[in-house]
Design a protein around this ligand. Sequence first.
Ligand SMILES: [Zn+2]
Length: 148
Amino acid sequence: MITAEAIQKSHSVHCPCCNAILNVVGRHEQTIPDDQEWLTDGDTVDGIWDALSDPQKVPSAFSYELMMGCCAICGQSHYAVTASFMNANYEQSGVESCLSFWGPYDGQRNYICYGTKPLTDTWLLMVFETSLGPMFHHTFGPFLLKAS
Ligand SMILES: [Zn+2]
């Protein structure tokens, strides 16, 4: 089971290496300290849509991304996985805009999610209100990016 608790005041996202604050998420917004974006590059995880059967594609639209960033304090790289969902057909006009953060959005509510085993970590959920219904944006991480 997954539980989503509304953020009442704020929630800080910390560097997995030095614990510096990377992002502060409030009830309806987020603040990046010193305008240092904590996730600066990434790409879509392709292939999932094509792997689904036709019944699995309707009516949910989604987008996954692997994102990377670098801590401004310790210089260590980290990564996060984001997943966005809408209860809409992917080909519907405006859905791609909403999933890609091109908007428009009529509001934002932020949550901390947690689950039962094996989901032992918490993660962020941001819900963006759109004219097509809510867009659910999950962020898992940041995780330390280690060189091997
Ligand atoms: Zn750091």
